[in-house]
Ligand binder design. Structure first.
Ligand code: 8YV
Length: 319
């Protein structure tokens, strides 16, 4: 049987499935595996199941027998695609099973920033809601009937657009590498070039994968184009945004607020300037993190891994 290392804990069900086809070793610690341990564990494996660990030339060098890396994640910016190609290593991801879950979080972040939910939750919990309070200092902005600009209209973008159109009567603008006539017809979303989207949207939501083309795509110029009342939401990758420019835009009141699930450096540290701002809502990269969805992703990743190791074409091959 092929040998497989799984670099994070997985459920018994996924283990049972994998064990039918492979000899597996699983990193069972809650503490994420250290690089050195990972390099040691993969020295003689045929397959690796991981969630976002960097797959580099150096790592591949340490794993001469490796045939496949299955990523339990839809984003695969952790893959050095060139190096994997060179070493003849297949790479797979887990699209499709997390769209609705990520869309739920994206909409949640939009609502939280607009209605200042985290900030006012803190206010209530710290006893600052007094009998003298009136709602003047608590005012937020409306989500319903506002304009949402979605950058990256893939599966997750469509799931967000559905919620925004049907649930909140929002106007939805989108930009994307390719125009999406089907989504336009079915969901009533409208294509716009990036500048128009930035200028016209009340909420600007980033849902694009991190690629060389999207890295740093939202910077000073883009924040300046946005409305002063704009709320910026990032559920993609931290590196798609110039974080210093975001900090300046918030400080200079070029935009109203931000809601961020992702950061340039994760985990983000306590003294990070973005964490000092009341009008910034954060979550710790949890777009797909519900029990049901994480399980579905792990099973999909396991299926891709087994397919590749048994000579079949994995459903979600990216390289
Ligand atoms: C995380 C994600 O990778 O799928 C993606 O691209 O960003 C998330 O699903 C996942 O939560 C890491 O555990």
């Amino acid at each position: 049987k092929p040998k497989v290392f799984v670099s994070m804990p997985i459920s018994q069900e996924v283990k049972d499935y994998l064990m039918q086809h492979c000899d597996i070793k699983v990193w069972e610690e809650q503490e994420p595996i250290k690089r050195d341990d990972l390099l040691r564990e993969i020295a003689d494996v045929d397959g690796l199941l991981t969630s976002g660990r960097r797959i580099t030339e150096n790592l591949l060098h340490h794993a001469p027998k490796l045939k496949v890396v299955s990523n339990k994640s839809v984003g695969y910016n952790n893959f050095d695609l060139e190096a994997m190609k060179k070493h003849n290593v297949i790479g797979t991801n887990t699209p499709g099973v997390l769209d609705e879950t990520v869309a739920d979080l994206a909409v949640g972040l939009m609502l939280a920033a607009a209605r200042r939910i985290s900030e006012l939750d803190q206010l209530v919990k710290s006893g600052q809601w007094t009998p003298q309070s009136w709602d003047g200092p608590f005012l937020g902005v409306d989500v319903h009937r506002a304009t949402l600009g979605v950058i990256g209209m893939g599966r997750i973008g469509e799931a967000v657009a559905k919620r925004a159109r049907l649930g909140f009567n929002m106007e939805v603008l989108y930009c994307n590498r390719r125009q999406k006539p089907k989504a336009e017809k079915e969901l009533g979303v409208k294509y716009a070039d990036l500048d128009t989207l930035l200028q016209q949207s009340d909420f600007v939501m980033l849902l694009t994968p991190l690629t060389p083309e999207t890295e740093g795509m939202i910077g000073e110029r883009e924040f300046q184009l946005m409305k002063e009342s704009a709320i910026f939401i990032n559920v993609s990758r931290g590196q798609t945004v110039d974080e210093d420019a975001l900090i300046r835009a918030l400080k200079n009141k070029e935009i109203y607020a931000a809601a961020l699930d992702v950061f340039q450096q994760e985990p983000v540290t306590k003294d990070h300037p973005l964490l000092q701002m009341k009008n910034v809502v954060t979550t710790p990269h949890i777009g797909s993190a519900t029990r049901k969805t994480t399980e579905a992703m792990a099973m999909k990743a396991a299926e891709n891994l087994v397919a590749a190791l048994t000579g079949k074409e994995p459903e979600n091959r990216v390289i």
